[in-house]
Design a protein around this ligand. Structure first.
Ligand code: COA
Length: 174
């Protein structure tokens, strides 16, 4: 991909531990803007020395199921990846990355990532969509915390993900 080509394929990347209505909102928007979307599920994201709660295979499967449930699976592929995001984009032939911005706090972090990615691969575009206001406070860690405490999470995740949370946290998740 060079910088004169029209972008017809983008990657929506993340850890998706698990996928939430917030992520699905971003995927839905990316799908309206571009003919082809690949959801890139990062394998090894470690936060504070702790790995993801759900295995990579499980996170990929949860997204596939959620896309079907939400009626947005057409033109959307879901693939795991390890290593650099820009490398994955090259591998699948995507010319850009689409991410959601929820608040100013996201902006600083995303700007840093976009800068890094620019230095690694200047032709890859970083594209941002504004998250819908109703999903401004949604994050995967909030979902996991609520589920582990037995709270209802049906307003944050689709039914298939809710079932996985129930399996993972036992009676904790209703
Ligand atoms: N709606 C709801 N939640 C959202 C969201 C949205 N639109 N956007 C982000 N989030 C939440 C996630 O749920 C997650 O919440 P949590 O931390 O409470 O669990 C948090 O924001 C971070 O999202 P995450 O999925 O971990 O993505 P990230 O923005 O940290 O980026 C990668 C993950 C995979 C894109 C990034 O780590 C990456 O590029 N990795 C590959 C290595 C690489 O290339 N590094 C160099 C470039 S930085």
């Amino acid at each position: 991909m060079n910088n004169n080509e029209i972008i017809d394929h983008v990657v929506v990347p993340g850890t998706f531990d698990p996928v939430t209505f917030g992520h699905l909102d971003v995927i839905r928007r990316a799908r309206r803007l571009f003919p082809k979307v690949t959801v890139g599920v990062a394998a090894s994201a470690r936060k504070h020395g702790v790995g993801p709660t759900f295995s990579l295979d499980k996170r990929v499967q949860m997204i596939r199921d959620a896309l079907v449930e939400e009626g947005i699976s057409e033109r959307v592929d879901v693939q795991p990846f390890t290593g650099l995001l820009v490398g994955f984009c090259e591998e699948v032939g995507a010319g850009g990355v689409v991410k959601g911005l929820r608040a100013m706090t996201d902006f600083e972090y995303e700007l840093q990532q976009a800068d890094l990615n620019y230095h690694l691969s200047p032709d890859m575009e970083s594209i941002f969509v504004m998250s819908s206001p109703e999903y401004g406070c949604v994050s995967s860690s909030i979902v996991r915390e609520l589920a582990s405490l037995g709270s209802d999470v049906s307003f944050l995740v689709p039914p298939s993900v809710e079932r996985c949370l129930r399996e993972r946290f036992g009676k904790g998740a209703r």
